[in-house]
Design a protein around this ligand. Structure first.
Ligand SMILES: Cc1cc2nc3c(=O)[nH]c(=O)nc-3n(C[C@H](O)[C@H](O)[C@H](O)COP(=O)(O)OP(=O)(O)OC[C@H]3O[C@@H](n4cnc5c(N)ncnc54)[C@H](O)[C@@H]3O)c2cc1C
Length: 411
């Protein structure tokens, strides 16, 4: 078995690399150690496969958390609309939903995998093939070594083995190790787009509750500020959901306990408006308890624990409610402190912060600046973005550019 271009890893980056290298005239071999290609695709977009975000480049890059400028050439090579057109041309129709999120119309990841893999012949894909080393002569790649000891020669190798997130899907971080052996720098990795364990117990008591339209704000040393409105989920470990995942993208690698995080449960109401509403309620319902009143302001499970969180007595009637109690309640609605403890581990993270230092990779080709014939693509690079289809597009775009460049360099 031989090929001009070997692609290590059959995720979105590797599949795009194989397709684009083949289209550019190279003979290709895609090596994947799982029993199927694109395993992680099946869990993206809540199982519906959020392939990309159909927005303009400037908007796209605003959602990239690290090294956005590294992506210019890759996104020009395969833009979100280019990917959508490509999928359509490969019989995978798409639908675009709220926030420009794009899904296969069938909502099946297998249709995306089929679109790419369908362009490769059976002898161009090898499953259950684990690469354990990249073979070089001098400073140029000559092939790869498999776990069974076999060496497959190649003129170019594209490393697309993913990061460290969700290792159950096959991305174990071995790509970092392979690159490191060849002299590349691997920056420290941390889980990103993940939930947080909390210091306080009360979020855990609310597990399963989703708060919609709340505002999450945070400040932390040196890095600055985060404020976003949306959905937050309480879990058995603390907090998760879209708002928290976004926050974790910014906080990844820093100490979450140093962040001052607050929740605005009533972003549409100013403190003065809340006070007015409370005073009206107190006047007309003076014999009601605080617990009972709170059920009109908050979901029942949160209303039950809210007085405790704020150090108030939920059983007192509203006619006993003092100005100080009112101020405490309003402060609780507008600035409820959420004390984070630690980020959830890699096995639950959507992406990896850190990895291959992109200063050692040519952004116009995805080629290694250190080793001839070596290319990189996808999540193993130190480039990551917020949720919404951006990370998959980064994988497809960097893969496509690496594939085309590797093929052109050979011919
Ligand atoms: C729960 C979850 C939800 C997500 N949701 C979204 C979303 O909605 N939108 C979005 O844009 N992104 C989402 N992502 C992120 C996205 O899936 C990844 O960024 C993307 O899959 C990275 O693609 P990749 O090809 O670089 O790596 P991967 O998809 O990880 O693929 C790497 C491949 O390499 C193979 N491999 C590894 N080592 C070897 C080896 N030594 N030999 C052979 N093969 C090897 C692996 O088995 C794997 O198939 C989500 C991720 C998770 C975990």
């Amino acid at each position: 078995m031989r090929a001009e271009v070997i692609i290590i890893g059959g995720g979105p980056a590797g599949m795009a690399a194989a397709l684009f290298a083949k289209r550019a005239g190279a003979s290709v071999l895609l090596l994947e150690h799982n029993e199927k290609l694109g395993k992680k695709l099946y869990i993206t977009g809540k199982g519906r496969c959020n392939v990309t975000n159909d927005c303009e480049q400037e908007e796209f890059l605003r959602h990239v958390l690290r090294n956005p400028r590294f992506l210019y050439a890759a996104l020009n090579h395969l833009s979100p609309s280019g990917l959508i057109d490509l999928l359509h041309s490969l019989s995978c129709q798409t639908v675009t939903e709220r926030g420009n999120r794009v899904f296969p119309a069938s909502q099946k990841a297998s249709d995306v995998t089929k679109a790419f893999a369908g362009q490769l012949a059976a002898n161009e894909i090898r499953l259950h093939a684990q690469v354990v080393d990249i073979v070089t002569e001098g400073h140029t790649v000559t092939g790869v070594r498999l776990a069974d000891g076999a060496i497959i020669p190649a003129k170019a190798v594209i490393l697309a083995t993913g990061g460290l997130s969700y290792p159950i899907t096959g991305s174990t971080g071995i790509g970092h190790e392979l690159a490191k052996r060849l002299g590349h720098t691997i920056l420290p990795c941390s889980p990103s787009l993940t939930g947080f364990n909390t210091q306080d117990a009360w979020p855990k008591k609310l597990q399963g509750l989703t708060l919609k339209n709340v505002k999450l704000s945070a400040t932390w040393p040196r890095k600055g500020k985060f404020t976003e409105q949306g959905e937050l989920l309480f879990t058995h470990f603390g907090v998760s959901g879209p708002l928290v995942l976004s926050l974790s993208g910014f906080l990844a690698g820093s100490d979450p306990t140093a962040a001052l995080v607050t929740l605005d449960l009533k972003p549409a109401l100013s403190p003065a408006m809340l006070e007015e509403r409370l005073l009206g309620d107190i006047k007309t319902n003076s014999r009601r308890t605080l617990h009972s009143l709170l059920r009109e302001y908050l979901p029942a499970s949160m209303a039950a624990v809210f007085p405790d969180i704020l150090g108030l007595d939920g059983s007192i009637t509203l006619n006993q409610f003092t100005q100080k109690d009112r101020d405490t309640l309003i402060e609780g609605f507008k600035n409820l402190p959420l004390r984070l403890h630690t980020a959830r581990p890699f096995k639950e993270a959507v992406v990896t912060k850190g990895g291959m230092d992109v200063r050692e990779v040519n952004p116009s080709t995805m080629a290694s600046k250190l080793v001839g014939g070596l290319y990189f693509a996808g999540e193993l690079l130190d480039v990551d973005a917020l949720t919404g289809g951006f990370n998959l597009q980064i994988a497809f775009s960097t893969g496509a550019l690496a594939g085309t460049s590797a093929a052109h360099a050979i011919h």
